[in-house]
Design a protein around this ligand. Sequence first.
Ligand code: AHG
Ligand code: MN
Ligand code: MN
Length: 327
Amino acid sequence: MAVVTLHRFIIEEERRHPEATGDFTSILYDVAFAATLISRAVNKAGLIDILGATGEENVHGERVQKLDEYANKVIFDSLDHGGHLCLMASEESEQPIPIPEQFPKGDYVLLYDPLDGSSNIDANVSIGTIFSVHRRRDQQTGDGALSDLLQPGVDQVAAGYVLYGSSTMLVYTTGAGVHGFTLDNSIGAFLLSHPRIEIPDPGKRIYSVNEAYSERWSDGQKALVDRLKKEGKFSLRYIGSLVADFHRTLLYGGLFMYPADAESPKGKLRLQYEVSPLSMVCEQAGGAATDGRKPILDVVPSELHERVPCYMGNKEYVELANECISG
Ligand code: AHG
Ligand code: MN
Ligand code: MN
């Protein structure tokens, strides 16, 4: 089989889908470039003084790890000048991030979690980057507006993630299936390694949730996990790094959950740049993703950093979750 680089794949996809504009191709390509820089830093983290925390806190009151900050800057610097975006939003920035005035503005917005699972960095556990692309709402020109960032997941034009693990993988969808690429460090290129990823059906009987919080769960959540353990004979896998837990669920099947609980009524994960992009990938791979009642992609955000409970994985497992949660 010919070696298919990400660049070649995106170009060939563009030819197959004439509605996709060149703009789009450049955004995906720039995200991939940022990922190669972050991958290099992640893989060297132990050798250069980039481990550990900066001592500062981010908008959510969480300690910012140096790699978080580096990843945040690399993504912004890789995408601020291409002329395809009119606004960005990052987990690490309370406010939307404007495109510098000296650069042309385009028709898309990018939302991203620059480094997910960053509390695991020092333990060398796999971490990730998550990204979501929307077309701006009205076809004006110039700077984008907050409303361009507050669109439901169903309107995403692209979504994906990068997993910095034993190898670095980029997994994305533009609505025509899910495709996985593995970084060949010797040439600095992402090569097609997982064409058309589909969640296995039936999926492995794996559930993934932080059971430490079970005392705070609703009766429905408790009943769900009891059924999975007793009737379903499921086993538990929880890495505590969302992209790693999600990627395993996508490739092996299962049910990933970050439920609401008495202390976090909307769970912990953020809708616009964590759960919504992963939900598009999950659905495009033949899986399902809900908040325990309705598809994540139908949730209309009201705030940029809002959180949402989530159940993602095999359709049959997510349907069981909906049954237990919504009663
Ligand atoms: P981030 O590092 O971007 O703040 O995300 C961390 C998230 C996610 O990676 C993971 O699923 C979750 O935190 C784990 O939370 P708990 O430790 O509460 O299980
Ligand atoms: Mn995150
Ligand atoms: Mn993060």
